[in-house]
Design a protein around this ligand. Structure first.
Ligand SMILES: *Cc1c(COP(=O)(O)O)cnc(C)c1O
Length: 405
């Protein structure tokens, strides 16, 4: 509260009392995003690139920048333009392994983006060609990262099937890429919400195998995203454990002595930034019809049964907690969130609920389908419903880390 005197309200209850909102309201907590950014800037043993897709809000980008995040992982030309416009001095890294030639060219020549990822020789040739000058000379300052396919088995959301070169093909692609740049990296993504640091160990072992076979000099190892946040039934180990395990395995790789270590957190930097206030419009048994859903900020609650934390915002509910599922506001049957969400048994239509931890892949997913996209944004000063950064997690002795080896 001290750091952000410009909060509009203290918390969700104060918002409900003040405006009794007819449409969903997104509550933003700048202090929580700032704290996450400082944590990564201070404790990750390398550079942290913010994965913009998790939440592209310009206000959030500015908060992350103000708190030490200098590099931004962008995946589309629209994200390139947005970050460049919001943060003129940010370093842009175009980390989608399948780009259009025009997007590459605009990013390189108009927005100073020199860093690109790839997972095929076709993409390598595309990047090299798109960055030639008018005389046809190839660019001499490209920084290229080869994306390796790794297992997603330790993560809640897989990112293993779509992108990444297989280990058998990686050495040749690394050698070919090395011929086009003075600065070569390897990157991967272990999947989102990795519940154990071991996810990164198995991936770094693949990096080791690929690099050893390729016999090329590697200038950066980028361990991608996947760093977890806290949700009901998903209580990950402290992030320090992840950092420690990654640093230890990075140091043992056969790479340049001055090689850099990067990561690309999305979720971990912004999950705590936002929550949403919804209203119960109808109750049918243990199903609550609320005014946001699958086409709004609750995409993951509907499509992958993600359980976000909830709390009732009324003072007159006295019965014990019981399990509810939610229907969203659109006319689509698929606008359904199984939960279970634990709320007082006497909750009824007209009551307000706060749904927490929606800063990542929540607020960013809202569409206007069926006319239900509106949501006012309000800054609040209270704590997020869960936090990996508020000091509430005492770090256990390193036993759990050691046992992973
Ligand atoms: C989505 C994505 C991220 C962020 O992942 P989180 O699980 O949110 O940390 C990072 N890098 C790439 C290439 C991505 O596609």
């Amino acid at each position: 509260m001290h750091e952000f005197p410009h909060a509009d309200h203290v918390d969700a209850r104060a918002v409900v009392r003040a405006i009794s909102p007819d449409e969903p309201v997104i509550l933003n907590r700048p202090h929580a995003a700032a704290r996450a950014a400082r944590f990564f800037a201070e404790k990750f043993p390398g550079k942290s690139l913010y994965a913009v897709k998790a939440n592209p809000s310009p206000e959030l980008l500015q908060i992350l920048w103000d708190n030490g995040v200098r590099h931004y992982d962008v995946a589309s030309i629209a994200e390139v333009r947005l970050v460049r416009q919001t943060l003129p001095e940010a370093t842009l890294c175009f980390m989608h392994p399948v780009k259009t030639p025009r997007a590459i060219r605009e990013a390189y020549f108009d927005h100073g983006c020199k860093t690109f990822s790839l997972d095929t020789v076709e993409e390598l040739e595309k990047i090299v060609d798109a960055c030639r000058d008018e005389a046809g000379n190839p660019a001499s300052d490209l920084r290229l990262l080869v994306r390796l396919r790794v297992s997603s088995e330790f993560s809640e959301l897989s990112l293993a099937s779509k992108f990444g070169v297989d280990l058998v093909d990686a050495p040749l692609l690394l050698q070919q890429t090395r011929q086009h740049c003075d600065w070569l990296g390897v990157c991967f993504h272990v999947g989102s919400q990795a519940m154990t640091p071991f996810a990164y160990v198995q991936a770094l072992e693949r990096v080791r195998a690929a690099v050893a076979q390729a016999s090329v000099v590697i200038d950066v190892v980028d361990v991608g995203g996947g760093f977890p946040s806290a949700y009901p039934d998903m209580d990950p180990p402290p992030l320090e454990d992840y950092f420690e395990v990654i640093a230890r395995h990075f140091e043992n790789l056969p790479i340049a002595y001055n090689a850099e270590l990067w990561c690309e957190p999305g979720r971990a930097l912004c999950a705590e930034y936002s929550s949403i206030i919804v209203r119960v419009e109808k109750r049918r048994g243990d199903e609550l019809y609320i005014n946001d859903g699958a086409y709004g900020a609750l995409f993951d609650a509907a499509h992958v049964d993600w359980r976000f934390p909830v709390r009732a915002l009324e003072d007159d509910l006295h019965e014990g907690l019981t399990e509810f599922s939610f229907y969203g506001p659109t006319c689509d049957d698929a606008d359904f969130m199984k939960g279970p969400f634990l709320l007082p048994a006497d909750i009824q239509s007209g009551d307000f609920i706060e749904i927490g931890m929606l800063g990542a892949y929540g607020a960013a997913m809202k569409t206007g389908f069926n006319g239900f996209g509106n949501a006012e944004q309000i800054v609040v000063a209270d704590e997020p419903m869960a936090s990996l950064y508020d000091g509430s997690r005492v770090r256990p002795a390193a036993d759990n880390v050691v046992s992973l080896r």
